[in-house]
Ligand binder design. Structure first.
Ligand SMILES: [Zn+2]
Length: 148
């Protein structure tokens, strides 16, 4: 098979092993592979999900550049992740998932709670004052009275 493109040998550290492969070049410091050229240990987000894995918390090790089957489809760049690293990372437990959701809810509630009247509003209070609109209005009215 004759390769028309210039290819570079790249070494990709994947946990304890080093993947050696021919890349088309680099982009943002990551080796770029064409469809079917990436080392077997590297998977796209879609491929990871299909394998029951998630790329959450992982840094991409390489990029996959390909065109969809339709001729007018644009060039697509997908990040490639280490399947080994994704599999080695423990999935969050149910308790961790619940705790994460609770933290998120707590943060959302804090953003809607007025520091003055401690009421939770159905809107986010301004980050500058952390006060709800009614408290802000009262304060502004008082300020005007003082000034008058
Ligand atoms: Zn208030």
């Amino acid at each position: 098979m004759v390769r028309s493109r210039k290819q570079n040998v790249v070494h990709i550290a994947d946990g304890d092993t080093t993947l050696v492969a021919l890349a088309r070049g680099t982009r943002d410091g990551l080796p770029v592979f064409g469809w079917g050229e990436a080392p077997a240990g590297l998977l796209t987000t879609t491929q990871l999900r299909a394998a029951g894995l998630s790329p959450a918390g992982l840094d991409p090790l390489a990029l996959l550049v390909f065109r969809h089957r339709k001729p007018y489809a644009r060039l697509t760049v997908a990040e490639l992740y280490s399947a080994v690293a994704a599999a080695a990372r423990p999935e969050p437990t149910e308790a961790q998932r619940v705790a994460r959701l609770r933290n998120l809810e707590y943060a959302q509630r804090a953003l809607r709670t007025c520091v003055e009247c401690a009421q939770e509003k159905d809107y986010r209070v301004p980050t500058s004052t952390r006060q709800c609109w009614s408290c802000l209005e009262i304060e502004m009215a008082n300020a005007v009275e003082v000034a008058a």
